[in-house]
Write a protein that binds this ligand. Structure first.
Ligand SMILES: *Cc1c(COP(=O)(O)O)cnc(C)c1O
Length: 395
């Protein structure tokens, strides 16, 4: 029987990734024979406890931190919420000021808006360059005596742009302000080291690096001052109570281990594939432009504007040809507004509406890219012929 996977060439790895079969295999025993509650005293539970601690150590190695600084959560969104709201809750009395950027994932953006609108915190949403970069000088200038947190993402989910985080981390340390980074799109794709970053908190999510959905990590630097959002048992040092998602946690660690092992080879392969995709589009289709900073991006991501057409129409036409791509953030596909990320970069609304994100990953081959390039010019030409936005030569 043909399954959707047989028919679809998946090029939306920034939205999610399939769980690697080696990861699934590592997880399976923890659904059946190794089911003990890690907090229980008997031998059956010791096995699950050891598995969780193996996972913690593996993640700590990957991030260059101490295992005691690794907290398992339900994913990237929860990790962002624990860090940002956790710091804010510890400052409720004096309130305070948060510095973030205008291109953050909604898990950060909406959390900061909530703290501003409902709890009375002040938030600065920093602008970005046309390439999507935050200027560290702007971070420095935005800091005030009452700034309680800097939260700047590592790599953007829509454009792949990597922020100058080491410089921002240095400013945070010099001014003694806690620093959170949403590293969900960076982990497993580029080397991430919390020591050189000087981060206080860092968020990651397994399903973005070929692990299972619904499990994530929050790195919490020793001594960080914040309140937990949930109260209950003493799991995860009380930062995130609740019986551990043992299978998920093992899957996350296994997936991270595999991604880190593969990284040098895979990132080079994906960079080449992405270059081929971009040059093929630029050479083969008139009136296109690239969104993002070409000098600073995670391997695999290309965000391309097809002028005079709707990105949504390109996505649907490619779906009919068996390609899964996206107009950007998977969480906003039901909204007609142009992407907040592209808007913040100064991309004109009609150009932003025509933008498509290609997220290449492990399953993609040169053949996939060539096949995409063989159908894309025809699709865009057909859509432009029907589009009222297309300039007519004869008018
Ligand atoms: C996917 C994503 C998230 C959310 O992670 P979940 O595990 O799906 O909650 C947060 N930030 C960025 C940059 C992402 O790409």
């Amino acid at each position: 029987m043909a399954t959707p996977e047989d028919r679809t060439t998946y090029m939306d790895h920034n939205a999610t990734t399939p769980t690697d079969p080696r990861v699934v295999e590592a997880m399976l025993p923890f659904f059946s024979e190794a089911y003990g509650n890690p907090s229980s005293p008997y031998a059956l539970a010791q096995e699950t406890r050891q598995a969780v601690e193996w996972a913690r150590g593996t993640v700590a190695d990957a991030l260059s931190c101490d295992p005691a600084e690794v907290v398992f959560t339900s994913g990237g969104s929860e990790s962002d919420n624990i860090a940002i709201k956790g710091v804010a809750l510890s400052k409720l009395e004096g309130r305070g000021h948060i510095v973030t950027s205008s291109v953050e994932h909604h898990a950060v953006l909406h959390t900061c808006e909530y703290l501003r609108d409902k709890l009375g915190f002040d938030v600065t949403f920093l602008p970005v360059s046309p390439g999507g970069l935050v200027d560290p000088v702007d971070v420095s200038r935005a800091l005030r005596d009452d700034t309680i947190l800097i939260s700047i993402m590592y790599a953007n989910n829509e454009t792949g742009t990597v922020q100058p985080l080491e410089e921002i981390g240095r400013i945070a340390r010099e001014r003694d302000v806690p620093f959170h980074t949403d590293a969900v799109q960076a982990i497993g794709k580029i080397p991430v080291d919390v020591q050189t970053l000087g981060a206080t908190f860092l968020a990651a999510s397994a399903h973005k690096f070929y692990g299972p959905k619904g499990v994530g990590v929050l790195y919490v630097r020793k001594g960080a001052r914040f309140h937990p959002l949930s109260h209950g048992g003493n799991h995860e040092r009380g930062v995130r109570p609740g019986t551990e998602n043992v299978a998920g946690i093992v899957g996350l660690a296994k997936a991270l281990e595999l991604a880190v092992d593969d990284m040098p080879r895979e990132s080079e392969r994906l960079s080449k594939l992405t270059q081929r995709l971009v040059s093929g589009v630029v050479d083969g289709i008139p009136d296109v432009s690239l969104n993002g900073d070409p000098a600073s991006g995670i391997p695999g991501t290309a965000n391309i504007a097809f002028h005079y057409v709707e990105g949504e129409s390109v996505v649907l036409a490619l779906d009919m040809e068996g390609f899964a791509v996206s107009t950007g953030s998977a969480c906003t596909t039901d909204s007609a507004d142009p992407s907040h990320v592209l808007s913040a970069m100064g991309v004109a609304p009609n150009v932003a509406q025509g933008s498509v994100r290609f997220g290449l990953g492990r399953s993609n081959t040169e053949e996939d890219v060539e096949r995409l390039l063989s159908v894309l010019p025809g699709i865009v030409e057909r859509l432009r012929a029907m589009s009222p936005l297309t300039p007519r030569k004869d008018s």
